[in-house]
Design a protein around this ligand. Structure first.
Ligand code: ZN
Length: 129
């Protein structure tokens, strides 16, 4: 009797252990899948960034060639725009902009004003990127 009882518990324990192992394998597979997806996204973003750098370099060389603007002009403008958000950190930090239609303050990353629905929140086409 004790042997049968012990065997039942042993069997239940084995079943629980197998179920736990199955859940762990599923979690590991999901994690692996997510890692693969993230690696693909990073590769695609890197390719887009490389392309953007190339296009920027081409644009800048054309602008220099056609207008006579200098590297100093570009550096000064980069510094000026960098400082527009109040911090000289080498990047543009979008905070809040004023809706040109209703005048309310809205996060610059929104494509539409949350109050009046006006489409253009940012002042330049790059504000929508
Ligand atoms: Zn508005």
């Amino acid at each position: 009797m004790y042997g049968l009882f012990g065997g039942m518990f042993g069997g239940m324990y084995m079943m629980q252990a197998q179920m736990a192992a199955g859940r762990a394998e599923t979690a590991a597979a999901k994690s692996q899948s997510r890692t693969t997806r993230m690696a693909t996204e990073i590769r695609m973003l890197t390719e887009r960034l490389d392309k953007l750098i190339l296009v920027n370099m081409a644009l800048w060389s054309l602008v220099q060639e056609k207008t006579g603007l200098t590297e100093k002009d570009l550096e000064d403008r980069v510094e000026q725009i960098d400082l527009e958000d109040g911090v000289a950190d080498g990047k543009v930090t979008r905070t809040v902009s004023e809706c040109p239609n209703c005048g309310r303050r809205v996060s610059a990353r929104h494509k539409r004003c949350l109050f009046c629905g006006n489409k253009k929140i940012g002042s330049t086409s790059l504000d929508q990127v």
